[in-house]
Design a protein around this ligand. Structure first.
Ligand SMILES: Nc1ncnc2c1ncn2[C@@H]1O[C@H](COP(=O)(O)OP(=O)(O)OP(=O)(O)O)[C@@H](O)[C@H]1O
Length: 767
């Protein structure tokens, strides 16, 4: 469609490249792992052969499970050429291949290129994470040394160790606070990229309108954009440090430990991790799904409140507080019930997790740290070297045993501290699994939102599952053409149908108006009058036919909708909407000009009453219904378009303002298209389009287009019809009068004078 604005350049146009990246990595990783296994098998001892086979087997297993399978499984879903199908009843969230692919898709939007601020923050963050791990190793060693000197009662060395301890505290604390700071910066940076991208999509090509009116795949876009993106970014940034740091810790500490506790101890540790991870994975409840559900319920609760604020006056007039109260309570209790369920699930899970990670791991850690003490032959290279050195240096006897004890104490304390850090790191990785699950939930929601917004931006829709059968048109087959640049409005065989294509409102509409051809559109409620404008504005899909219309700029065509809209901002901005103050100044318009415009619509008292042009208020609550409509007319005179489309825009203004509006508009060379039921407006127009007439097969999808006052007496015919209608209604009054008189006589309630009074009143009301 010619309205289209190109998609932002960061848009991943298709996903297969991401998917193939995953595949390439997996394809390369597997042979590399196989080769590593083979290397171990060939060059080392039998024990390493077993490790090699184990490693190869494991990697092949995981690749088959999550790599290839996920590619096939999710190929259709991840294909951005096809609109995304969202099953709202069945939330599919888990830490699996689909999650990784969705995360990569979003990641590409957050970090579109390597030379970006986010990558800089990430690099700095990584640097501090590595530094912290390095400092932890130094602290562990220092701890061992301090205890050794304490046991040996070596005061001088002990004090020196203490000095080092304080020396390390400064970079260590700085590193810790930098990590926290960079984590927040990372989250903000991710959020900024995502929000900017979403705003670009949402606010162009009428995507925001389509998301609400034409497609029901996402609920509560506001909640998704304001809250879910934020949660996603926080979860992702915290996961990076919560997962990145412990993973790094594990590698470095394991390496350090291997040098002390020997490879048996190391493999003991790895087996311990493997078993724990498998048990936890199997036992972890579906936290991702629960988080996605929670976010949805939060959204419902929030939107119930937003609706109340938006419609406060209407609800108050209806006295609808009780019903609205029950709606609010219901949405809140649904949310709380769900949150309570999550908490209950967490009690058992946390107990299990703590037992497994804190207690069983500590016991395993103590056992492993004791290996060099009880089985010196199985100890690591460093421990053996140290023992040998002591043996060579010591003269023997008591002196040797003292030094051996000191060394063992130092080794044990260092190992214990490393084990504690390792257990902590391992624990955090395991705990992160829960966070990872929650991240999967937010990823699912954000991914769906992004994909649906991209679809809508590119006019790709998915028909509702509940759409009635036998519909006339399909959102998946839009063949119409909307052409800009025409000096008039021209419809050529355009069917006006509801967006889901199930109702044909007007059959093959064809008419043309040019400059000065003021058009009035009339017809019964729901016949499709406003829908004609929706098609002209490009809001609804044009299934077939062709529409030619002026360019989309404000000085060519201007719409005044049925429900007046008042924007956030000053009084000045209400008149010039959607211009900004800068645009107004650039056009050379002043406040005096604005005052002249307000005079035309009899609103010149407003700036004085409201405190000047700069006053900022909630204007929808400040203006009366008629004032709101007159403000809309003021906008029309400010923009002076070539064509103005008024949808019941004068229903609440008095007839004198109405008359002035039409004569002023015509004086200013504005061609008017009016939607109205009121025959009194006929006289201002040149053409009349009636919709909702009897059409093919007696359906109300017919229409007539005629010249008012032209040949065939279209206008006169309509006036005569109106007179006939009024006479019919008056005839009914005569009948009622007679009936009332008879009843009054029967009831002996007196003369018909009071009845006549009633009737006079009724007549006055009618006229
Ligand atoms: N987003 C939508 N999706 C599906 N149907 C819609 C949508 N918006 C409006 N409709 C339906 O389209 C039909 C025509 O609506 P339209 O607003 O064009 O009527 P109208 O002739 O302007 O009525 P009125 O005189 O009451 O303003 C109505 O039946 C309405 O329910």
């Amino acid at each position: 469609m010619s309205f289209s604005k190109p998609l932002p350049d960061v848009l991943p146009t298709s996903l297969p490249d991401v998917a193939s990246l995953v595949d390439q990595v997996s394809d390369r990783a597997t042979p590399a792992l196989v080769a590593t296994g083979a290397y171990y098998a060939k060059t080392q001892r039998t024990r390493r052969l077993v490790y090699g086979i184990l490693l190869t087997g494991l990697s092949a297993y995981y690749y088959r499970k999550y790599g290839r399978k996920s590619k096939k499984l999710y190929a259709e879903e991840m294909n951005t050429d096809e609109p995304l199908k969202v099953d709202k009843d069945k939330v599919k969230v888990a830490v699996d291949g689909r999650f990784l692919r969705q995360l990569m898709f979003i990641g590409k939007i957050c970090v579109p290129r390597w030379r970006s601020k986010t990558v800089g923050i990430l690099a700095l963050h990584t640097f501090f994470l590595v530094l912290r791990t390095y400092l932890s190793v130094i602290v562990a060693r220092l701890d061992g040394r301090l205890v050794r000197d304490l046991v040996a009662a070596d005061g001088k060395e002990f004090l020196r160790g203490l000095a080092y301890w304080f020396g390390i505290a400064v970079p260590a604390t700085y590193t810790n606070s930098m990590i926290r700071y960079l984590q927040s910066k990372l989250s903000i940076s991710l959020r900024t990229s995502l929000t900017k991208y979403v705003h670009d999509l949402y606010m162009s090509n009428n995507t925001y309108y389509k998301a609400i009116n034409l497609d029901n795949r996402i609920d509560g876009a506001d909640q998704l954009i304001t809250t879910d993106i934020n949660r996603f970014c926080n979860a992702l940034a915290s996961l990076y440090s919560n997962l990145g740091k412990p993973v790094l810790d594990m590698i470095i500490f394991n390496y350090q430990l291997a040098r002390s506790i020997g490879s048996l101890g190391m493999w003991g540790l790895l087996v311990n991790y493997g078993i724990t991870a498998t048990i936890l994975r199997a036992a972890t409840p579906a936290f991702g799904k629960l988080a996605a559900e929670e976010a949805k319920l939060e959204g419902n609760f929030r939107s119930a409140h937003s609706r109340l604020i938006t419609n406060a006056e209407e609800i108050a007039f209806y006295n609808g507080a009780d019903l609205e109260h029950s709606i609010l309570s219901r949405t809140y209790s649904r949310l709380i019930k769900h949150i309570n369920r999550i908490y209950r699930i967490r009690i058992a899970y946390n107990m299990f997790e703590d037992f497994l990670i804190k207690y069983s791991w500590s016991a395993a850690g103590l056992l492993i740290a004791a290996i060099p003490v009880f089985f010196p032959d199985l100890a690591g290279a460093r421990a053996k070297r140290q023992e040998a050195r002591i043996a060579a240096e010591a003269e023997g006897g008591a002196r040797k045993s003292e030094r051996v004890t000191g060394s063992r104490t130092q080794g044990f304390i260092t190992n214990k501290r490393l084990m504690i850090s390792l257990a902590d790191a391992g624990g955090r990785i395991m705990y992160s699994y829960k966070e990872l699950n929650e991240l999967a939930g937010y990823t699912y929601r954000v991914y769906n939102m992004l994909r649906v917004l991209q679809d809508l931006h590119g006019n790709k829709y998915v028909k509702s599952e509940n759409a009635p059968q036998g519909e006339h048109f399909s959102l998946e087959a839009i063949h119409g053409m909307l052409q800009l640049g025409y000096n008039g409005i021209k419809f050529d065989n355009v069917p006006v149908a509801t967006p889901n294509g199930d109702t044909l409102l007007i059959r093959d509409l064809t008419f043309t108006i040019g400059p000065g051809d003021h058009l009035m559109i009339t017809g019964p409620n729901g016949a499709g009058k406003t829908s004609i404008l929706r098609l002209v504005a490009g809001l609804w899909p044009l299934f077939r036919g062709r529409i030619d219309r002026p360019d989309a700029s404000l000085d060519t065509i201007f719409y005044i909708p049925q429900r007046p809209y008042l924007a956030i901002g000053s009084l000045r901005e209400q008149v010039i909407y959607p211009h900004s103050v800068e645009q107004m100044r650039a056009c050379g318009r002043t406040e005096e000009d604005l005052m002249g415009i307000l005079k035309k619509v009899y609103l010149e008292y407003i700036p004085g009453r409201e405190g000047g042009w700069g006053a900022v208020k909630e204007w929808k609550d400040v203006f009366s219904g008629g004032e709101k409509q007159r403000m809309q007319l003021a906008r029309l005179f400010y923009h002076r378009p070539r064509f103005a489309v008024l949808d019941e825009a004068t229903a609440a203004v008095s007839t004198d303002v109405e008359a002035l509006l039409y004569s002023t508009a015509k004086d200013e060379g504005i061609t008017i298209v009016t939607i109205s039921h009121r025959p009194s407006l006929f006289k201002y127009h040149k053409f009349l389009l009636r919709v909702g007439e009897s059409g093919v097969g007696g359906q109300a999808d017919g229409w007539t287009f005629e010249k008012i006052g032209g040949e065939g007496g279209g206008f006169l015919a309509s006036v005569e019809e109106e007179i006939r209608k009024l006479e019919g209604e008056l005839g009914e009054i005569e009948g009622l009068k007679e009936r009332l008189r008879v009843i009054n006589e029967e009831l002996k309630l007196g003369s018909s004078r009071d009845v006549e009074g009633e009737l006079k009143h009724a007549k006055r009301t009618l006229i």
